[in-house]
Design a protein around this ligand. Sequence first.
Ligand code: PLP
Length: 377
Amino acid sequence: MIINFDKAATTKLRKEVLEEMLPYLEDYYGNASSMYRIGQKSKGVIESSRTKIAELLNCKATEIYFTSGGTESDNWAIKGVADTFQNKGRHIITTKIEHHAVLHTMEFLESRGYEVTYLNVDGEGFVDLKELENSIRNDTILISVMYANNEIGTIEPIETISEIAKRRNILFHVDGVQALGNIKIDLEKLNVDLMSFSGHKVNGPKGIGILYVKNGTKITPLIHGGTQERGKRAGTENVAGIVGLGKAIECAVENLEEKRVQLLPLRDKLIEDLTSIKGIVLNGPILKRLPGNVNISIEGVKSQELLIFLDMKNICASSGSACTTGSIEPSHVLKAIGLNDDLAKNSLRLSLDYENTFEEVETVTNILKDAIITLRR
Ligand code: PLP
């Protein structure tokens, strides 16, 4: 039996989601742009999924654009705004702890003549709001800050940042990939301009995501071609993916509180038991932390060796973001919260979802205790 404590990397498709998707993979394969009935059936289900998602996230259906996932949504939001407003200004503000989907997009824009300010975070990963205010310039066109950090689980003060952005008349993009299904998302209340989501982090399919674009926000398309997604995102629609995403978000939103109540004691037990071991420290905050996230640094134990040990015991875990696993570079997030190279390279991320149990927590804790003794030797 595998114990998967790496749910921030990806999650298992829910049965209900698969069931809703299957007819659109097997029978109703029509192209949504076709005039005939099976085409129109696809069109219909895309629009009903869009409407359902909009209701669940409290926005308008016309503000939901389907993409291939979080990475595309982040790329589109940032490059799209940068292109649209290039004559107004070429300065963008983000943070040092964003996902690489944001950071590498920023680096690309820097190579094209844009200027990017990377905000510092404190020891728990919270953005420095004073620095944010002070970084805003007349030519700032966009602020991009993630809702919840994928490595250390820090939940950023998005509503406050949104107020600052509105006051200074600057567009605000939020990478909401890790927040969806963990934090209640009310887009009207949050008052952000753009927000990215991904299907596979909420027990939906891979290769499907959303960019929320508040009505009236000007943004150049990233992908050109046909007139799908109201001319803003070309390409034949991933109908089954969209249906699955709709169902996954419905389940995630409906079960959000239940999941939270289930996960908090598991997370806190892991934190308590692991940090009681000598030489283990918690990375990230205790409060305002994702309910399924634990991230620790273990003195004298290299992440890579620990992950191999755990894998041999059928435990999936990670040293940080999945995209950087295998890389010998210490995590940029752990560096940003002030860890030295050694502690940053000795990190372990355990991330849980509703499928994980208390028994699994006990098993993993015991195996980790063994692993640490063995590897320290
Ligand atoms: N943003 C964050 C915070 C993430 O955690 C991830 C995935 O790890 C992404 C963006 C990328 O999403 P996707 O895998 O759908 O491209």
